[in-house]
Design a protein around this ligand. Structure first.
Ligand code: ZN
Length: 297
């Protein structure tokens, strides 16, 4: 039998999943980390190097890096500027993720700077970090913005081109508010992969129930990596189960059942989801977390 095609799922629980929650102790995050590793996770977002007063849940960034050295796992740290990049590099990370909002209004509301200023800051971070470390760009509001609503795909392609010129190793397209539909996802992934770089990842939120469908569409379009958080954690903390990231167990289950090798154990991902959700006082509300895999024998 031919070997199953592989797909890389990156877990974002410890960063995106926890950033809006009440802070939990570093030790508890390490329990989640171990559960993710045990489930077969090979790449994950570990933390953010942002101002601790802005994101208190991730104030232990350096401690998390120090405590997770030595695992055979790719650890990503989110940075927004040179200062954050210096901290991440000093903490020993070699994979930095830089966020730019495609929507100028979202950029100003969320990061206090224009999209153009963010592109400039990205170039500075690449100069500082590369080639010793990789810098990837995540484009927030790629498929829709809470302020500007529809986002022009041409703008995404133009920004991705600027980011690759600045030196990024890849482009991550983020559906920040969960407005994408599969046909849009597939066509934009195809465009960015063919016009800018084949290193395209996708970051989806399941706000309108299209997270898994969008992920499968992204794979059809040639996406190399999918982001997800166990239990669907993340997003708006005031709408549990509705607005979080697409759940890793839902995505792993769909991919495995479609014959793709994720390297993950779906039952172990569900266990990790229970651990992570329990840590922040939530119950697992993902589809597969509730119903279990479709066939168990
Ligand atoms: Zn997210």
């Amino acid at each position: 039998m031919a070997e199953a095609a592989a797909v890389l799922l990156r877990d974002v629980t410890l960063r995106d999943g926890l950033q809006d929650e009440d802070p939990i102790p570093t030790e508890q995050k390490l329990v989640i980390f171990e559960a993710l590793v045990a489930a077969g996770v090979r790449e994950l977002e570990l933390t953010s190097f942002v101002r601790p007063d802005r994101v208190p849940a991730l104030a232990d960034a350096e401690a998390m890096c120090a405590a997770t050295v030595g695992h055979d796992i790719v650890r990503w740290g989110l940075v927004l500027n040179q200062q954050g990049a210096s901290r991440a590099l000093d903490a020993g990370l070699t994979h930095l993720q830089f966020v730019i909002s495609v929507s100028d209004t979202h950029s100003r509301e969320n990061a206090g700077r224009t999209t153009a200023d963010a592109v400039e800051a990205l170039a500075e971070v690449c100069q500082l970090a590369c080639p010793e470390a990789q810098v990837e760009v995540t484009f927030a509001t790629t498929f829709g913005c809470p302020y500007e609503h529809r986002v022009d795909p041409d703008r995404v392609v133009d920004l991705a081109t600027l980011a690759v010129t600045a030196g990024v190793s890849g482009v991550n397209l983020a559906d920040t508010i969960g407005t994408a539909i599969p046909s849009e996802v597939k066509s934009l992934v195809i465009r960015v992969a063919s016009e800018v770089t084949p290193q395209v990842g996708i970051h989806l939120h399941d706000t309108r129930g299209l997270g898994v469908a969008n992920a499968l569409a992204a794979l059809e379009g040639g996406a190399r990596r999918l982001d997800a958080a166990v239990g669907g954690l993340g997003g708006c903390p005031f709408a549990p189960g509705a607005s979080g990231n697409v759940a890793l167990e839902d995505l792993a289950h769909a991919c495995e059942e479609a014959g793709l090798d994720t390297g993950l154990s779906v039952p172990a991902v569900i266990t990790a989801a229970e651990t992570a959700c329990g840590s922040v006082g939530r119950t697992v509300a993902s589809h597969v977390g509730v119903a279990g895999p479709r066939f168990t024998l």
